[in-house]
Design a protein around this ligand. Structure first.
Ligand code: Z5A
Length: 211
């Protein structure tokens, strides 16, 4: 049995990651592939507890280093306790956000220097990176409207438009720098159109691997 593949879903808030990851799961399962769907921050009981700490709105200002280190603490638990064991068992892992979100939110959004993120990425992940990153891209106002129609804003969702614009710019820049690994999907289209493109994309990944 070969190693599984690691595919992450990224983008600003409300772009449809959680919805589209289920389309990807269905496509893979129909091709007979065993799939693990997970998310960040979170994915294991301890990492989910760290997620609650990170997302809860609070009066105390959260220092950008506290936020950064908690993201990577959750990630260490998730990568070593769940993602790597699944990949080694031949399963495909679909993850709702991963380290690209740290570059976008803590780097682009909060202004943490990229080198600090790279240092922690290397410490926690070694050379492990997603095989494919599906970037769901939509104008900030579109994603914000969708997310806010759905639930009460968490600590991140309480940020202003300019914060989310920097995040979008950072994601698009990363995708432009590595076009073979990143797949940018226009998420402002209808649910059916986006879902069709995701199913096609994931189908292509499977076909390329199986010849
Ligand atoms: N964060 C970070 O700062 N650093 C990190 O390293 C990591 C994360 C890993 C939690 O993430 C927060 O953690 C996140 C960044 C930070 N904060 N923010 N913002 P999260 O992924 O759990 O939270 P989120 O980005 O806010 O996810 P979301 O709001 O659940 O959005 P989504 O998963 O992309 O969208 P969705 O739930 O699939 O869809 C939202 C709604 O839109 C829903 O009602 C859908 O039915 C609807 N929808 C979806 N697609 C469409 C289309 N195409 N048309 C119309 N309506 C649609």
């Amino acid at each position: 049995m070969g190693r599984g593949r690691f595919i992450t879903f990224e983008g600003g808030e409300g772009v449809g990651k959680t919805t589209q990851i289920q389309i990807a799961r269905d496509t893979l399962e129909r091709a007979g592939i065993e799939v693990v769907v997970t998310r960040e921050p979170g994915g294991t009981p301890m990492a989910e507890a760290i997620r609650e700490l990170l997302l809860a709105p609070r009066d105390e200002p959260v220092h950008q280093l506290t936020e950064l280190l908690l993201m990577f603490a959750a990630r260490a638990q998730h990568v070593h306790g769940k993602i790597i064991p699944a990949l080694e068992a031949g399963q495909w892992v679909l993850c709702d956000r991963f380290t690209d979100a740290t570059y976008a939110y803590q780097g682009g959004g909060r202004g943490v220097p990229r080198q600090r993120i790279e240092l922690l990425e290397q410490l926690v992940q070694g050379d492990m990176r997603p095989d494919h990153v599906i970037l769901l891209d939509a104008p900030v106002a579109t994603g914000m409207a969708r997310a806010r129609a759905r639930s009460v804003p968490d600590r991140f969702e309480q940020e202003q438009l300019a914060f989310f614009q920097r995040i979008r710019d950072c994601y698009l820049q990363r995708a432009q720098n590595d076009p073979l690994r990143y797949h940018v999907v226009d998420a402002s289209r209808s649910l059916d159109e986006v879902s069709q493109q995701i199913a096609d994309l994931v189908g292509d990944v499977v076909r390329n691997l199986t010849g």
